[in-house]
Design a protein around this ligand. Structure first.
Ligand code: SPV
Ligand code: MG
Length: 290
């Protein structure tokens, strides 16, 4: 079987890797069954799962533990959202060692200062580190990885910080020069034109990564038409789907005074048994319980 790193590389080479957010082994398994090419181990999703804002509150250990649990449960490559890299280049070296060992196939490091504020919130404080400092963090990640197939993705938040396209392009070029395999450009514009303009102005020396949460009109056909985008990350759709479903079912049970009404609209307990691999317990019992 192909390694996860090779699987991710194959998906990129095929044109556009489609990466779905997950916050648990269960959501990662559902993304795998739905046919995605990889998992986005999202800091936003894990923060939300823990009832916390995505402002550098969850620890590297918490995130690593979840990533490890996902890697143990399913076979897709995992793109790890390591935020700012937990500090400076020293912290990045430590983080890359641990994430590669935990089973990640890529890390995405963003050029914000630690502690960061989530990107899409209105009026969020968006402070960036100097471009040279971030180049050092990217170079540190590249120098640390053991497998050259483990990808280092540089994420620029220049558009999120309102610094404009020239600065975003300048930073993206600097990060590519520092050795990034791919460049993620994030935007909170409500329409795709800002990142489309960036992609058209980009020289293509590295593939781009987009996270079209704020501009959902940018579908895969339109992304492919840009030519330079190699990866699309559906950044928070696992947690939003879960919240949508729980809100609706909980409200119905509360309003209807019982569970009979929702019973046919939610998955069966047997489906949860399947996702838990309850069948393997039966096999083990048959073989070994004496
Ligand atoms: C995440 O999913 O944690 C991300 C994407 O980094 S965003 O929340 O849009 O910044
Ligand atoms: Mg994040």
């Amino acid at each position: 079987m192909q390694t996860r790193n090779a699987r991710l590389r194959a998906a990129l080479d095929a044109g556009l890797a489609r990466i779905m957010a997950a916050h648990s082994p269960l959501s990662a398994t559902l993304a795998e069954e739905a046919g995605f090419d990889g998992i986005w181990a999202s800091g936003f999703e894990l923060s939300a799962l823990l009832g916390l804002p995505d402002v550098s509150l969850i620890t590297m250990t918490q995130h690593l533990e979840m990533l490890r649990a996902m890697a143990q449960r399913m076979n897709l490559p995992i793109v790890a959202d390591i935020d700012t890299g937990f500090g400076n280049a020293v912290n990045v070296v430590h983080a890359v060692r641990l994430y590669e060992e935990a089973g990640a196939s890529a890390v995405v490091i963003e050029d914000k200062s630690f502690p960061k504020v989530t990107s899409l919130v209105a009026g969020g404080r968006q402070d960036l580190v100097r471009s040279e400092e971030f180049q050092g963090k990217i170079a540190a990640a590249v120098a640390t990885r053991r497998d050259p197939g483990f990808l280092v993705v540089a994420r620029t938040e220049a558009l999120i910080a309102g610094l404009g396209q020239d600065e975003a392009l300048r930073r993206a070029h600097a990060y590519a020069e520092a050795g990034a395999d791919l460049v993620l450009v994030h935007s909170k514009s409500r329409t795709p034109e800002e990142v489309e303009a960036f992609a058209r102005a980009w020289d293509g020396r590295r593939g781009l990564v987009l996270v079209p949460t704020a501009y959902p009109q940018l579908d895969e056909a339109r992304i492919r038409a840009l030519g330079t985008v190699r990866m699309v990350i559906y950044g928070n759709h696992a947690i939003r789907a879960a919240v949508t479903a729980m809100k609706s079912v909980f409200a119905r049970i509360a309003a209807e005074g019982g569970i009979a009404g929702v019973d046919r609209d939610i998955v069966t307990v047997e489906e949860i048994f399947r996702l838990q691999r309850m069948d393997t317990v039966k096999d083990i019992e048959r073989s070994f319980l004496r």
